[in-house]
Structures are given as structure tokens and as C-alpha cells.
Design a protein. Structure first.
Length: 335
């Protein structure tokens, strides 16, 4: 697509009022005309983009018509929209949003020679028994066993993409799937029980009270010793920004720090950001999720590094301190 030098690229961000999506919008409006596709809903999600001058708002049911009418000007589709609750029981809804829409957008970008960046998830790795390597070969993906409908729906699309590629089928000029690990940061407040642990424990910690974490039910892990790869949302934005500026980067990539840290470490970082001693109490993991609970996640980051992304990831204590002091502890916590 040929553009005049002074024209700004048009970027469509699905899920643009969501957590990662709205942080992308906040970054991209400085250099692109950003079209946000999302449902505002009946909560405060609109505040996630309220500070930013977006080019247009599109409801998801209008997206097909919008893309058809603007196919000559849209440069990139960044697909962050998803049913992301790991406890979602309406699997029909999950499949429509997480698989079918992803497939349709892949096809649109292919047919119109546009770039496609989409959110996969570390939930595709299941309990981690097959490792956390972002290998997009069909045989490698076939070994993964997600533990919930959300992770499965993301995995189904990753495998669908791998199948198209293995068959030599048509594809977008650039495509990238991002397996986000445990992301934390501003604009996640609408997510309820799916918010990061940082956001969930902050109110009690700020009030000088003990915070609650899940007790371990695994003999190899102490209470609070369950490990996750916690990644600052700003780092996720930097990866997407790098992809946009690096059209030769193609494939399925992990997005994490590459270092697993404990929930006890995370809670201690929240208290430290508040200038307090850590105070943690433990409760049993709910029975309905206990058998599917992950005790360890850690992104293998060699593939993204080999592709040329050389920016250091934010240390847990630094990211939590920024989140607490610049957002959660302020009158206006939105980015």
C-alpha cells in the first residue's frame, strides 16, 4: 500500500478498551490513527481510553463492514479482543470470539495484504508438562494440553495458523501471535477476579492490612511459593511496537520476562512500594480450580531475542513499584 509521507498509518485494535489493548492504544495514538473495536459495556472500561484521541470507535458486530469500507487505508490489525476469563463456562461464546473472529481477521488481512498481530496466551501451555517453548510447528503445538476453555480456544487458533502455513496456504505479509504470560499494570480494573494479584491485593496492603494468597497444595511448593512469569504491561506494548517496526519478524512468540517469581515475592513488592513490611495470610485454593492450578510458568524467550528484540524486560520490583506509585495509589489510576 502506497502512502503519502505525511499520512499516518491506520491501525485497528480489537479489544481496544481492554487491558493490554488500551495500553497499546495509549502508545499508538502518538504515531497512528487508531481505530478501537470493542464494546464499552456497562462498567468503567471506557475510562481505559478516555485520555486518548482515537480516530474511530467500532462495535465488534460492525467490524466486518468497517473493514470492507476501509480496506484501502487500514495498515495493521492488532487483535487483542477475547473472552479472557479462565473460568468462562459459555464455550460457544469463547469459540465465536477467540477462534472464529481470529480466523476471519487472519483471512481479511491475507486477502487485503495487511499485517496481523494477535494475542495468543501462555494458557495454551496448560500445566507446563510439555514446556514453555514458543515453537509454532504443528508437531510441537500438538503436545500442548490447555487446562481451560480460554487456553484451548487460543490453542485451537495457533494450531489453525500452523496448519495453514504447513500447507503453504496464503498468509498476511506479516503475522505474529503473542503468548502473553502473567501481565500486570494499569487499566485492568474492569477484570474483576481476573485482575492481576497486584491489583487485587493493593487495597488491603494500602490500608495496612494483611493480604491473602492461595495456600499451596503441592508438596514441592511452599505457601506463596507458586511461581509465575509476571510481565509488566509496558513491556508487552514495547514488543508490539517492535513488531510494527520490524516487518520481517514473523511467528509465534512468548512475551514474558523469562524469569519465574513467587506470589510471595509479588506481595512483598507491593508492600515495599508502599513502604511497609510484608504481611501475608494464606487460604485454600478453591476446589473448583485446584486440580487445574498452575504452579509454575516461565517463558522461554530465546525465539524473540533471536528475532532481534533486545530491550531488557522490567524487573518485578521495579514494575510493581511503578504500578503502585504512579497508578494504583493515585486519584486517577488510568493510563
Amino acid at each position: 500500500m502506497t502512502r503519502m509521507a505525511e499520512e499516518r498509518p491506520v491501525v485497528v485494535v480489537t479489544g481496544g478498551m481492554g487491558f493490554i489493548g488500551s495500553n497499546l492504544v495509549a502508545h499508538l495514538v502518538g504515531s497512528a490513527d487508531v481505530v478501537v473495536c470493542d464494546w464499552p459495556g456497562r462498567d468503567e472500561r471506557w475510562r481505559n481510553i478516555a485520555k486518548h484521541d482515537v480516530a474511530d470507535l467500532v462495535m465488534p458486530e460492525q467490524l466486518e463492514d468497517y473493514l470492507a469500507a476501509h480496506r484501502t487505508v487500514v495498515d495493521t490489525v492488532i487483535h487483542m479482543g477475547a473472552i479472557s476469563a479462565t473460568t468462562e463456562r459459555d464455550v460457544d461464546r469463547v469459540v465465536r470470539t477467540n477462534f472464529m473472529l481470529s480466523r476471519d481477521l487472519w483471512r481479511w488481512c491475507t486477502d487485503n495484504d495487511r499485517r496481523f498481530i494477535y494475542a495468543s496466551s501462555a494458557a495454551t501451555y496448560g500445566d507446563g508438562g510439555a514446556g514453555f517453548v514458543d515453537d509454532d510447528h504443528p508437531d510441537a503445538l500438538a503436545k500442548l494440553r490447555p487446562l481451560n476453555a480460554y487456553g484451548w480456544s487460543k490453542h485451537v487458533f495457533d494450531r489453525w495458523v500452523a496448519r495453514q502455513l504447513a500447507r503453504g496456504g496464503p498468509r498476511p505479509p506479516q503475522w505474529a501471535g503473542l503468548k502473553f504470560f502473567n501481565v500486570y499494570g494499569p487499566n485492568e480494573y474492569h477484570k474483576g477476579s481476573m485482575k492481576s494479584v497486584v491489583a487485587q491485593i493493593f487495597p488491603r496492603a494500602a490500608a495496612g492490612e494483611a493480604v491473602t494468597l492461595f495456600r499451596s497444595h503441592h508438596p514441592e511448593y511452599a505457601d506463596g511459593g507458586q511461581l509465575r512469569d509476571f510481565v509488566w504491561v509496558g513491556d508487552c506494548v514495547r514488543v508490539v511496537d517492535w513488531l510494527i517496526r520490524t516487518p520481517q519478524a514473523i511467528g509465534l512468540y512468548n512475551v514474558g520476562t523469562g524469569t519465574a517469581r513467587s506470589f510471595a515475592d509479588l506481595a512483598a513488592a507491593v508492600f515495599a512500594a508502599l513502604g511497609q513490611e510484608s504481611r501475608i495470610e494464606y487460604v485454600d485454593t478453591p476446589p473448583e480450580i485446584r486440580d487445574r492450578y498452575q504452579y509454575f510458568t516461565q517463558a522461554d524467550m530465546r525465539k524473540l531475542r533471536a528475532a532481534g528484540f533486545d530491550v531488557p524486560f522490567t524487573e518485578l520490583e521495579a514494575g510493581v513499584a511503578t504500578y503502585v506509585r504512579d497508578y494504583l495509589a493515585t486519584d486517577d489510576p488510568y493510563r
